[in-house]
Design a binder for this molecule. Structure first.
Ligand code: ZN
Length: 245
């Protein structure tokens, strides 16, 4: 019995020493759920214009909703929780721009970017409010803005491609957008959360909440879990690709 126990212990020690680190070990991922349930009751704070560099915009917005009244902030908050659980399971440290009702509104786009800048990579979660006949997801990456995004455009583009690939691969899921960007990827210079980022970042519009087919998927807990898995896989592949450079 003693010999068997020792052999088991030895095997355990070997396994522990030889176990590869999880794929996201050592990586800090900022998860930025768009909007805030408190924004509607704080119009003065949320509508205030914030300025930084080339960006001059409202602090934040209330976001959109499905025709049935399911708000975007609920979708982004639930998806953020699911995503964080999966990222941590892969070894990542996760930070949020908002969680568990805090802060009570916002943060402003400038604050969201600042929180993201303390991580290694950041991902903003949204869903869109486009005309009902339009559907699909699009991943927004930062455009080149001289003096602001030159340091993050290449790595953000790699991230955008991986996220697009992951979402597009979901069988029966929301297809690439019929109305924004190209092949599920859009490029924008006017979004503070992207232009003010110092770390690779993308903003994902997961679908059109005003489209019935997209809304049915976006509000489904099972689909939210599939989206979280796809985003996690994309971040793992992005990190592997980064390591090859
Ligand atoms: Zn949004």
């Amino acid at each position: 019995m003693l010999a068997a126990a020792s052999a088991t212990l030895a095997a355990t020690l070997v396994a522990a020493a030889g176990a590869p680190a999880p794929p996201l070990a050592g990586l800090v991922v900022n998860v930025d759920p768009g909007h805030n349930p408190g924004n509607a009751s704080h119009p003065a704070q949320v509508n205030r214009i914030v300025e930084r560099g080339p960006i001059r915009k409202a602090c934040d917005t209330t976001g959109t909703a499905t025709n049935g009244g399911y708000p975007e902030w609920r979708f982004t908050g639930l998806l953020a929780t699911r995503l964080a659980r999966r990222l941590r399971a892969q070894g990542a440290t996760v930070t949020f721009t908002r969680a568990n009702g805090r802060p009570a509104w916002g943060p402003c786009i400038t604050g969201r970017a600042a929180i993201g800048n303390r991580a290694d990579v950041s991902i903003s979660l949204h869903a869109d409010g486009a005309p009902a006949g339009a559907r699909g997801f699009h991943v927004i990456r930062p455009a080149f803005v001289r003096g602001w995004t030159g340091d993050i455009t290449r790595r953000s583009t790699t991230l955008a491609v991986q996220v697009r690939n992951g979402l597009r691969a979901l069988r029966g899921g929301i297809p690439p957008s019929t109305y924004a960007g190209r092949d599920g990827i859009d490029v924008r210079a006017d979004l503070g959360g992207l232009t003010l980022s110092d770390v690779p970042k993308v903003m994902v519009e997961h679908g059109n909440m005003r489209n019935a087919a997209d809304a049915r998927l976006l509000t489904s807990p099972a689909e939210q879990e599939r989206l979280a898995a796809a985003l996690t896989g994309a971040i793992v592949r992005w990190r592997v690709a980064e390591g090859r450079d």
